[in-house]
Design a binder for this molecule. Structure first.
Ligand code: NAG
Length: 233
């Protein structure tokens, strides 16, 4: 009995210390992107959809955003040949994402839906901001009796620890930036795959692209030398 309690206390202690250290690291490390830098790029392209004048297709807009980010963050954005749209089933909703960048503490991806969908946002150990290119996103925050509507050019902020009810209208496409302890978001992102869809092909795609993104970051750090790495830690 004593042994069991002791190992429980030990586990709890290790967990608490790990959370404390990761939080300390997250609050003191340098970051590659800022919420505003990603939102600004997306906003520029959203303007065309907002004014509905010479609006390109969403595909064309995403192509340009990708090219712009490759130029702005060389060595950190997955190349065109690795870009892949894959379904994400989580919290009861179904969307599609195309990952551009992911590390242990940041990610940038394209996200959207071609059909209406709703569900639980997930409660994350990460701040997530979404800037809409087209469509409509409705967010109902916990504890509130009303919802907020977002459209082309708007940025929706989802703070860590927060949970909301989300509703995406068909044809809503956005650019998403996440910052926090990214591996912790995988649990929610994959839960519906394990307990509902059992779509293991999709699971393979998601894990493969996250691995590719992590390898790209590893490659970057191997080429810049030890002195520069300190900047990012
Ligand atoms: C997440 O957002 C909050 C503000 O809501 C901020 O205080 C915190 O520093 C952010 N975390 C990171 C890792 O940027």
């Amino acid at each position: 009995m004593f042994l069991i309690n002791f190992s429980f206390v030990k586990t709890a202690l290790i967990l608490a210390i790990s959370i404390f250290l990761i939080n300390l690291w997250l609050s003191s490390k340098g970051y590659l992107f800022t919420e505003e830098s990603i939102a600004a790029v997306a906003r520029k392209h959203a303007a065309q959809f907002k004014e509905k004048v010479d609006a390109p297709t969403v595909e064309a807009a995403y192509k340009r955003i990708h090219a712009e980010l490759v130029k702005k963050y060389p060595g950190h954005i997955l190349p065109k040949k690795d870009l892949q749209w894959m379904f994400v089933n989580a919290g009861g909703w179904m969307g599609s994402m195309c990952m551009l960048h992911a590390s242990l503490t940041e990610y940038v991806l394209f996200f959207g839906v071609a059909l209406d969908t709703s569900g639980h946002s997930g409660r994350y150990w990460a701040n997530i901001s979404d800037t809409l290119l087209t469509g409509e996103f409705n967010q109902w925050k916990e504890g509130e009796l009303k919802m907020n509507s977002f459209h082309a050019g708007d940025t929706v902020f989802h703070a860590w620890g927060e949970a909301t009810s989300v509703n995406f209208k068909a044809g809503t496409w956005m650019v998403e930036y996440g910052r926090g302890f990214i591996p912790s978001t995988l649990g929610f992102a994959l839960a519906d795959t394990f307990f509902s869809t059992l779509d293991f092909v999709n699971l393979y795609y998601i894990l493969r692209i996250y691995t590719k993104a992590l390898l790209l970051e590893a490659k970057f750090f191997l080429t810049i030398g030890v002195d520069s790495i300190a900047e990012y830690l």
